[in-house]
Design a protein around this ligand. Structure first.
Ligand code: ADP
Ligand code: MG
Length: 528
């Protein structure tokens, strides 16, 4: 990776401000899916072990610049305390004397979680004074919040312009996995895109179509492509003003010799609700009063067959209204196939809150190569765009190749004695964080901007102290009792809808019941 990571920083005894993405779903004051909290643990443990004072900061939901008691980070602090088996106090506010006092009292190895950053409108406005205050808390900035890296906020970009800014281990892994898709995918490489709104996905399709061998389209957004092919789709969700874009993409695919697989038969329903009347029809002429809600069996077979030999896959967006079990068959069939491909060595990367929810619901998340913690961020990255929260991190200085070996001959000691706590998975990723292709060259940049850094190449620290391992292990058992999973299997109706949104806004801001009634309404959900 061309960005410096915490492995390159000298953090011992330093105050380290870590932007994490703890935007997790809550219900009744408890975290219902802790994937994002777990995903940050390798970075937190690494810093703790290295003797840093770890100041964690995150947003939660959309309080729009006002204090909202239902969006306090206390439940997150509690969950983190359980996972780490270390006390993680939460401040009453991200600013103020109480927080400053708590910061002053911190000792190396201690952790403090700041209250929801978005209680201050200045956070999303990337207000310079707010960023400066946050920066005053620390000596070093670490961004591990991949899910927010596409947003230029005070805690992602503003602060990174003031403090020396490094990538956390989750950020490193996300970037490594997604870069691999764009730069060196093993072929055949397929993209599977579904979900509700085609307008959300056009840019990523446009870019991926220059990279993939196969494009599989399903879900609500495929309906606009069916329209583009002159088919009738009845009352199905579609965006008629995007038909031309769809036509252009189909033509581009043909020019690029990319095979496009669209549904050939579909499940249509009278209403997009549970218990409604439904049947299978050819995806040709859907009568005016029906909604397309899932893939038919022939489409499933066609897609599974087309994907049977892929070596690399990116999947975003469910292929039907998966929140309703009768309409989850297409999504589930493809998820099973991908789990199987991953077990046979293919690289399977999944991004998107609902897509991740669907595979988590099926208990397949652990089988996939990488589950991205960022829906919107992963799409923007795959659109080929620079993410502001990433661009602003310190660049890894390019070293002339000839000199590299010399430099390593006189290698200074790595500044931190331990390897990161690798075995905890980023959300649920297969390879450990240390497997990420990024070079673990330990460098020691000065506490200024890139120009001033002069790293000397060293070997990565080779030891993994027992303490780290034990701490990581300690966080594991909870995996099997994650509240989201339990809820999903036990209480089919409400709980599934809730559990189905691990990467989405907390339940408080989006009632679970709504999620079930997907499709019939115009979906205006923004990328989180
Ligand atoms: P992700 O969160 O994985 O990026 P999206 O948010 O784009 O996915 O889309 C997920 C939503 O798409 C789900 O709520 C699902 O119900 C909806 N959806 C999928 N297929 C259809 C369809 N045929 N009609 C209406 N909605 C659909
Ligand atoms: Mg979504």
């Amino acid at each position: 990776m061309d960005k410096l990571t915490i492995r390159d920083a000298d953090v011992a005894g330093k105050r380290v401000f870590v932007r994490v993405d703890f935007n997790v779903p809550l219900a009744d004051g408890r975290v219902t899916d802790d994937s994002r909290i777990r995903a940050a643990i390798p970075t937190i443990l690494y810093l703790v072990q290295a003797g840093a004072k770890v100041i964690l900061a995150s947003h939660l939901g959309r309080p729009n610049g006002k204090v909202s008691d239902s969006l306090r980070l206390r439940p997150v602090g509690q969950r983190l305390t359980e996972l780490l088996r270390r006390n993680v106090p939460v401040t009453g506010d991200a600013l103020g004397l109480g927080t400053e006092d708590a910061l002053k009292r911190m000792r190396p190895g201690e952790i403090l979680l700041l209250e929801n950053l978005r209680f201050h409108a200045e956070e999303e406005a990337n207000d310079p004074a707010f960023a400066a205050t946050l920066a005053s808390y620390a000596d070093i900035f670490v961004n591990d919040a991949f899910g927010t890296a596409h947003r230029a906020h005070a805690s992602t970009v503003g602060i990174a312009k003031i403090l020396p800014a490094y990538a956390g281990l989750l950020m490193e892994r996300e970037l490594a996995m997604l870069s691999k898709l764009l730069e060196a995918p093993e072929r055949p490489f397929a993209a599977i895109l579904g979900g509700a709104k085609v307008s959300d996905k056009l840019k990523v399709i446009d870019h991926l179509i220059t990279k993939v061998d196969l494009l599989v389209l399903g879900g609500g957004m495929a309906n606009t492509f069916l329209l583009a092919q002159g088919k009738a789709i009845g009352k199905s969700l579609a965006e008629p003003d995007r038909v031309q874009d769809a036509q252009r993409i189909l033509a581009k695919a043909e020019r690029n010799k990319v095979r496009v697989v669209l549904p050939i038969d579909v499940i249509v329903a009278k209403e997009v609700t549970r218990g409604t009347e439904y049947k299978t029809l050819q995806a040709e002429k859907i009568p005016a009063s029906w909604h397309i809600v899932d893939l038919g069996k022939a489409s499933q077979d066609l897609m599974v067959d087309a994907l049977s030999d892929v070596k690399t896959v990116f999947w975003n967006g469910p292929l039907g209204v998966f929140e309703i079990p009768s309409f989850a068959h297409g999504t589930n069939a493809v998820a099973r196939l991908l789990a199987d491909r991953a077990e046979h060595g293919a690289t399977v990367v999944i991004g998107g809150g609902d897509s991740v929810a669907s595979i988590t619901q099926q208990g397949l998340a652990d089988k996939m190569t990488h589950i991205s913690t960022g829906g919107g961020a992963s799409l923007e990255f795959l659109e080929g765009r620079d993410l502001p929260g990433v661009s602003v991190l310190l660049d890894r200085p390019k070293e002339p190749k000839v000199r590299a070996s010399k430099a390593s001959a006189s290698k200074p000691k790595a500044t931190t004695p331990v390897k990161p706590a690798a075995p905890v998975r980023a959300a649920s990723t297969k390879a450990s964080a240390t497997k990420a292709p990024a070079k673990s060259t330990a460098t020691k940049p000065a506490a200024t901007k890139p120009a001033a850094t002069k790293p000397a190449a060293t070997k990565p620290a080779a030891t993994k102290p027992a303490a780290t391992k034990a701490a990581v292990k300690a966080t594991k058992p909870a995996a099997t009792t994650a509240p989201a999973k339990t809820a999903a299997t036990k209480a089919p109706a409400k709980a599934v809808a809730k559990a189905a949104k691990p990467n989405a806004k907390p339940a408080a801001t989006k009632p679970a019941a709504k999620a079930v009634a997907a499709g019939s309404r115009a979906r205006t959900e923004k990328r989180s």
